[in-house]
Ligand binder design. Structure first.
Ligand code: TRP
Length: 362
């Protein structure tokens, strides 16, 4: 069986460090390993509209923004097809057929959808398009016959929903769709990077993000205000590691080499942690260390992004070509789905033959 990777992001804002460690880094690793036959990366603008329908400009303005950051982070358009969801109409059509295979109660039970409904204050007025976005996500995945889906933990209910749709479809209409499997980031903390305030997740609406184009000054300012251990008041006080955002970030980002470069008094993170826990290590030392590390991650991305902004024609061309390729592939699947559902009246000469028999015998 072919190995086909598909994943994507909603273009509702700039990408942040949470995106970087939660998904982009993983994608680049997969890209460089090259153990796949096709790799699709989707800018999910239609999905973004399910909760931003009254603000289409926000979505439109962020399509190229997301593409820019993909390229700036090192996504190679020769190896990965980047495309825009709304321009692949087969996806919307598939969604409509899949909706028959999913009950309203099932959609209301989806844990990610449930928490998003709460977060967005929909109350009793949930747009049905929003409730259905897991179904449209099943269309995204199956249209490309993707079997490998690199995502963050919050997307697991979407994958479960997709597998259920695949099973129902294949049982009722015949074996067409491919069952997908998720690939989660390897580092546990990277699956859900907390915001600088220590809140569960880095998110634009919570205002707790470090962005991939933040200046060195912004990085400094944000790390200096990071949540650490509120009981670690004097340097000599023992400090807590759990829930201390600086250490959570160091777990994700620091390498032994960084110690040689920026903090040679320690060999590795274990040493640093145990000193902090004993007492005698101040927050400013660990924060300065983290600042250096984050600047090393973000600076090259920021600079590459600036370069690409001066070459937007190129970015636009990458998206347009990728979208054409995605249209072809999704269309193939749609044709086969409709054939299996018997919706092939004008492409299958058998239809008219069958009907002639039918009317003869009735
Ligand atoms: N829901 C994903 C997110 O918010 C984006 C997405 C849309 C996606 N369709 C997808 C991810 C298909 C993986 C596969 O990040």
């Amino acid at each position: 069986m072919a190995n086909i990777i598909l994943t994507g992001d909603r273009p509702t804002g700039k990408l942040h460090l949470g995106h970087y460690v939660g998904s982009i880094k993983n994608r680049i690793k997969l890209q460089n390993e090259g153990k796949y036959d096709e790799f699709y990366l989707m800018i999910a603008d239609s999905q973004a509209l399910t909760d931003n329908f009254s603000n289409p400009k926000k979505v439109r303005d962020n399509v190229l923004e997301v593409a820019l950051l993909y390229l700036a982070c090192g996504i190679d358009p020769h190896k990965i097809t980047i495309f825009v969801q709304s321009q692949v109409s087969a996806l919307t059509e598939l969604t409509f057929y899949y909706m028959n295979l999913v009950t309203l109660n099932r959609l209301l039970r989806n844990p990610t959808v449930k928490s998003e409904i709460k977060l967005r204050d929909f109350g009793e007025s949930i747009p049905s398009g929003f409730l259905n976005y897991p179904v449209s996500q099943a269309a995204d995945i199956t249209a490309f016959k993707a079997n490998i889906i690199p995502v963050g933990e919050d997307q697991l209910p979407m994958l479960e929903q997709t597998r259920e749709i695949v099973h129902s479809f294949n049982r009722i209409y015949g074996d067409v769709l491919v069952e997908p499997k998720e690939v989660l980031p390897e580092v546990e903390n990277a699956r859900r990077l907390p915001g600088i305030d220590g809140k569960a997740k880095m998110s634009k609406s919570l205002g707790n993000c470090i962005y991939l184009d933040d200046s060195d000054e912004e990085i400094k300012r944000k790390v200096m205000q990071m949540y650490t251990d509120p009981d670690h008041i004097k340097v000599t006080d023992p400090g807590k590691i759990e829930g201390n955002v600086v250490f959570t970030y160091l777990d994700v980002f620091s390498k032994d080499d960084d110690f040689k470069k920026y903090l040679p008094e320690y060999h590795n993170l274990e040493e640093l942690k145990s000193h902090y826990q004993q007492g005698g290590l101040g927050d400013v030392v660990i924060k300065k260390f983290l600042i250096n590390i984050l600047i090393d991650v973000i600076k090259p991305i920021r600079e590459k992004r600036e370069e690409l902004i001066n070459n937007l024609d190129y970015v636009y061309d990458v998206l347009k070509k990728g979208t054409l390729k995605a249209q072809e592939k999704a269309q193939e699947t749609l044709v086969s789905v409709k054939e299996h559902m018997g919706l092939d009246y004008f492409s299958n000469p058998q239809f008219l033959e069958d009907m002639k028999d039918y009317f003869q015998n009735n």
